[in-house]
Design a protein around this ligand. Structure first.
Ligand SMILES: Cc1cc2nc3c(=O)[nH]c(=O)nc-3n(C[C@H](O)[C@H](O)[C@H](O)COP(=O)(O)OP(=O)(O)OC[C@H]3O[C@@H](n4cnc5c(N)ncnc54)[C@H](O)[C@@H]3O)c2cc1C
Length: 406
């Protein structure tokens, strides 16, 4: 460990900030550790918000990543709720909105992302919701009663999960997606079709290519959705699930290199050698764009924390995300390429199947597995080892894929 490092500051206390703090202490870092968070609630994970928490099956306290005792033992100098507003790179000082100045030897930006809302005025309307925090989930959950109608704007993962949770609560759901297909940025058309059919089968009204919508609040609190001045729908609540805005502003204003997110190398280091970034806000170094996922936030942060202490700790994880909708656990491994890959379908049970993509050399390129976590585990090993996979065996449900050892 580098003995000249005695002051570390982390900005953001979500999945990435939490795992960085935990890792620094695990690695034996005994210097000062300041964490700045603009949320009062810290070190919690977000995935259950659109699933169990929204459904009312999980209390927000259960989202906390580490026990209170474990967090106390990290001996953190907390600054919350407070916002970091500027980084003076030359002086190595972070300024907070309450005037506090925090000097650092190494700084980690774990500022994540926030919900993107295409029309800011929508947020002034009562009963229009986004979903990032337990408070958001509580407010939206109050509106999800049987017989009510919910409009979901955006056919990405969060929109689809909210639709599924709302249907399970007996809410009528209409989903509007601007593009021609669902989750178009992360899956190929055949998977989008599967998702559409899944939701249609559960009674969701799926509107693709929906055009630009206008939202107007009625006197009775209902929300009216218009397109080209034509009334499409009256809803009791609207959820905007239109993707995420990456919180790069702090790094950008400090002059760090920014692409879609903060540009980092495999060690999580930005264009300033004393500033690191991890999680939603940072690009994936191997791919050059941001991966907004729980596993990425955790593992990139662990890597960056080790690197801040001087350890060689390259981050080379393949992207992996999951989503739960109805009785389907959907896992995505790797990034499905637009072309040049061969699709192999595997149907191993009525509700268990997979889309497996092979490259020209029959090596796994990516996969989307439904209710088949074991296959994804195996897929991670195939990807790492570059295993050549026989398509016919992959497609045959009678073949035990464990026999295709990496
Ligand atoms: C509803 C929902 C469901 C999800 N479901 C899944 C899922 O099923 N599977 C999956 O893989 N991923 C899922 N994700 C994505 C996953 O939760 C994120 O990728 C992960 O939370 C990213 O963690 P992070 O720490 O990088 O950023 P964040 O969680 O965004 O945390 C960043 C924190 O920094 C704070 N901050 C920002 N700027 C400042 C500043 N200047 N000063 C102080 N604090 C600041 C933010 O307010 C926030 O608290 C989901 C996300 C949401 C919102």
């Amino acid at each position: 460990m580098n003995p000249s490092i005695s002051r570390i500051v982390i900005i953001g206390a979500g999945q990435a900030g939490a795992w960085a703090a935990h890792t620094l202490r695990q690695q034996g870092y005994g210097g000062s550790l300041a964490v700045v968070s603009d949320e009062e609630r810290v070190f919690y994970e977000r995935p259950p918000l659109s699933k169990q928490v929204l459904a009312g099956d999980m209390a927000p306290a259960a989202l906390q990543l580490f026990s209170d005792e474990a967090i106390d033992a990290m001996n953190i100098d907390w600054h919350k709720p407070a916002r970091a507003t500027a980084i003076d790179r030359r002086a190595h000082v972070v300024t907070l909105d309450n005037g506090t100045k925090l000097p650092y030897d190494k700084l980690l930006l774990a500022t994540g992302s926030r919900a993107r809302v295409p029309v800011q005025e929508w947020l002034n309307l009562p009963r229009v919701f986004t979903l990032r925090t337990p408070e958001d989930a509580a407010r939206l959950g109050e509106r999800l009663a049987p017989g009510k109608r919910l409009a979901v704007l955006g056919g990405g993962w969060i929109g689809l999960e909210v639709a599924a949770t709302a249907r399970a609560k007996g809410v009528a759901v209409s989903l509007f997606e601007l593009g021609e297909r669902l989750c178009a940025r992360s899956v190929r058309p055949e998977v989008s079709d599967f998702l559409r059919d899944l939701h249609l089968g559960q009674g969701v009204e799926v509107n693709l290519d929906c055009g630009l919508l206008e939202l107007v609040a009625g006197d009775d609190g209902t929300l009216r959705l218009f397109r080209d001045e034509q009334l499409l729908l009256e809803a009791d609540a609207v959820v905007v699930g239109a993707g995420a805005e990456i919180a790069t502003e702090l790094g950008r204003d400090a002059g760090l290199e920014v692409a879609q997110g903060l540009v980092v190398d495999e060690q999580g280091q930005t264009s300033d050698p004393d500033i690191y970034a991890a999680g939603d806000v940072a690009i994936h170094p191997g791919l050059g764009f941001c991966i907004q996922s729980w596993a990425n936030a955790q593992n990139q942060a662990i890597s960056a924390a080790k690197a801040m202490l001087g350890e060689d700790s390259p981050y080379r994880e393949e992207p992996w995300i999951w989503s739960d909708q109805y009785d389907c656990n959907i896992q995505i491994l790797g990034i499905p390429a637009d072309g040049g890959s061969r699709l192999v379908r595997r149907q191993s049970g009525e509700r268990q199947h997979a889309f497996i993509y092979l490259d020209q050399d029959d090596r796994l390129q990516s996969m989307i597995a439904v209710n088949d976590a074991r296959l994804v585990k195996l897929g991670k090993r195939w990807l790492k080892a570059g295993t050549v996979l026989p398509a016919a065996q992959l497609a045959d449900p009678a073949v035990n894929l464990m026999s295709l050892k990496p």
